[in-house]
Design a protein around this ligand. Sequence first.
Ligand SMILES: Cc1ncc(COP(=O)(O)O)c(C=O)c1O
Length: 493
Amino acid sequence: MLTNQIRALARQATRTDSRSINVRSFTVTAGSRTRSVSSKTRSIRHLATKSSTASAKSASSASADSIVTTPPTGSAITLKSATRDESQFGTRPIYLDVQATTPTDPRVLDKMLTFLTGMYGNPHSSTHAYGWETDKEVEKAREYVAAVIKADPKEIIFTSGATETNNMAIKGVPRFYKKTKKHIITTQTEHKCVLDSARHMQDEGFDVTYLPVDEHGLISLDDLKAAIRKDTILVSVMAVNNEIGVVQPLKEIGKICRENKIFFHTDAAQAYGKIDIDVNDMNIDLLSISSHKIYGPMGIGACYVRRRPRVRLDPIITGGGQERGLRSGTLSPPLVAGFGEAARLMKEEMDYDKAHITRLSNKLKEGLLSIPATQLNGSNNPESQYPGCVNISFAYIEGESLLMALKDIALSSGSACTSASLEPSYVLHALGADDALAHSSIRFGIGRFTTEEEVDYVIKAINERVEFLRKMSPLWEMVQEGIDLDSIEWSGH
Ligand SMILES: Cc1ncc(COP(=O)(O)O)c(C=O)c1O
């Protein structure tokens, strides 16, 4: 009944003026009660009404718009609460796994709803208003996505996410130039989808060099220069590592690539909107973006593809020739618009987010590194470290046991793609960590909606549970007794 009424209202609204559809203004009468169409919007409005600043003036007249567009400082708590599920799952763990995915910003959801109800035209329909209006919105989103990395909107190709984009760049560019070039350079600590694409290219006859990293996770520029060959076509080095948060020297890498006429691709899934990136200043030719790492919807991302000097690539998905012929398929306007809004917000609130995340990160690090026998994985240099990713090893404890003891906090020991396997992290191995250290590491992800109270809770919980688990560890007991574990000859059975 309710759904039918919503549909009828949506139809009516579409007929009168589809451009001005705003789902927030829809209300339907169910029984004797008037209900809002969007539950998220309703919860924002509800919270907004409770917000002290708004209520001081006029609690009853506070609109969702006035709340969601206020500066982030004032609305952080309201937005934070709106990202929480209030009814279905009961009390849920504190979320500190933002590298796996970020909660959708309610402002993004608001934007998307417009396209799920009224504005349903195919953006590639060029013969009528339904197509024109969504196409206009798609192009607006493209501008927002481009602006974050100072690119031209024409250089943004929408894809299904960073996995597809990485495949597109690492397979597409070498395939296009395969007659003359046969060599690709990447690193040992890339995301699985980059490593797997590179292995795929080896199967097709390309040579791949996997650069090592130092103990902080950084590549050496001398190693890069030494690896370059006459037939090197592509260098792919990730911007921010998803497990340890280390930031590679993009500008220096870009300079080396340009001097050697080699295309430079960077997987910026964890970096886009979080660190400063200027594709022109950094000589980046291709760049991967994922919407669900920036508080946008899942299932959409983009590839930045430089137009001058032009980068050519063999498309992986062919068909209708959309997206400059580089990625065929009908675009999804709700996803594109949500992604665009997420990108717009990242740019607009970057300074605020940076300050908020850095402050909480410093507090968390201080609170956890004061625990004996702990170690920070990544770089100590703030220039080379993204603060929202804190990876710490707790010696003499299995990371998996610690995760089991921390059911009230959603955490991970590394990449979500490999979290089902009990293999120690290949990223930490590449840093020189042994199995024991790699097994005892936990990644803490801090984002826009993380609060100070949550960080305080996490510090206390980890302190208590590390102490509890170590009390059960014979190794920890031996260390307390002053025994040097390296001097022990363990029996083989
Ligand atoms: C560094 C990095 N690259 C690529 C991906 C894949 O992104 P998507 O989920 O958009 O395919 C991720 C996601 O975890 C990532 O962290």
